[in-house]
Design a protein around this ligand. Structure first.
Ligand SMILES: NC(=O)c1ccc[n+]([C@@H]2O[C@H](COP(=O)([O-])OP(=O)(O)OC[C@H]3O[C@@H](n4cnc5c(N)ncnc54)[C@H](OP(=O)(O)O)[C@@H]3O)[C@@H](O)[C@H]2O)c1
Length: 305
């Protein structure tokens, strides 16, 4: 299978790598060449989703069997400050990609931010109501894709992994760096997530695309944790001093515009045979798998929220 992966960042690079590991071919597409180590060795092509001509050209040249849509902006706080730009990329971008795809299967990586976060966790049958500008933009993209009848919207909870060379390393990476350096780690006690390991997102994406699934599916990790609890589990799992962890309230931090409960569960996944054997791991197992890489890296002050 030849997959065109639109977005060559943290998630796109790992999804492309998974496709290749399974014997397929992947071409990453974005405005600039990828910098992530996970994208090394994967083919790349220039594409701006805001431009219908650029989308059409890229699809013609790559001639993929299917498209995975996993582009930014992914910075929720930036989207809140730039709602029109966020909508232009995620909303209009979806229309451009649908037109360019010409009926090929599509998989969109979406988000828990399409829900208000007033309940502990959300399943596929729960009504959407976006919590913020990012959620509204992603929801517009979801609707455009689902209207084709040929798309899967995979809503994913907060993704983590060891990502030292990303532009905005994820919360796991940020925590590990702070703990190792003895720098304060801001950890909201009232922001809840179901963290999911990036390798699990890549594995589900590849399996679901191969199976030709459509509609909406949720992927969250098996545990609902506050960021504060999660930071403590990371420290314990890596044998690091938890002294730098600072319990804070979400309000007044960069997390303020996020739903309090950014948690997903699936009502559907257990019935899908292609996901048998791909149960998402909990944060302790995720930490264990990442430990060797995370404890072996040089220090840096980069941050992703
Ligand atoms: N990370 C998570 O925890 C998470 C959770 C749920 C859902 N998601 C979804 O997954 C998507 C990707 O997340 P990520 O963490 O991989 O983000 P990321 O690391 O910021 O990567 C975003 C990618 O999108 C590309 N991009 C941005 N604007 C573009 C445009 N106009 N045209 C083409 N490519 C463009 C970027 O490259 P250029 O800037 O060079 O174009 C980059 O390669 C997000 O939008 C989000 O909705 C992420």
């Amino acid at each position: 299978m030849l997959t065109m992966v639109v977005g060559s960042g943290y998630l796109g690079g790992r999804i492309g790598a998974r496709m290749r590991a399974l014997g397929g071919r992947a071409v990453l597409c974005s405005r600039r060449p990828p910098t992530a180590r996970s994208a090394a060795g994967t083919e790349w092509r220039e594409l701006d989703v805001r431009d219908p001509v650029s989308c059409g050209d890229a699809v013609s040249r790559v001639a993929p069997d299917a498209l995975v849509i996993v582009h930014g902006p992914s910075d929720i706080t930036w989207c809140e400050r730039h709602p029109q730009q966020a909508m232009a990329v995620h909303g209009a971008g979806a229309s451009n990609l649908v037109a360019a795809a010409g009926g090929r299967p599509l998989l969109l990586i979406s988000t828990d931010n399409v829900f208000p976060g007033t309940r502990h966790s959300y399943g596929e049958s729960d009504p959407v109501e976006s919590a913020n500008a990012y959620g509204r933009a992603k929801l517009a993209g979801e609707r455009t894709l689902l209207d084709t009848g040929n798309a899967l919207v995979l809503r994913v909870s907060l993704v983590y992994g060891w990502d030292p060379d990303g532009h905005r390393p994820n919360y796991f990476t940020t925590c590990v760096r702070g703990l190792r350096d003895g720098r304060p780690v801001e950890a909201p006690v009232d922001h809840w997530n179901t963290p999911v390991l990036v390798d699990d997102v890549a594995a589900w994406s590849a399996a679901l695309l191969e199976a030709g699934r459509t509609g909406v599916l949720h992927l969250g990790g098996p545990e609902r944790l506050s960021r504060h609890e999660w930071a403590g589990r990371i420290a314990k799992g890596l044998g690091l001093d938890d002294g730098p962890i600072r319990p804070v309230d979400k309000a007044g931090t960069a997390y303020a515009c996020r739903p309090s409960n950014a948690c997903l569960h699936s009502e559907r996944a257990a019935d899908l045979p292609e996901l048998a054997g791909l149960r998402p791991v909990d944060v302790d197992e995720g930490t264990r798998r990442l430990a060797a890489a995370a404890l072996d890296q040089p220090r840096s002050a980069k941050d992703r929220l």
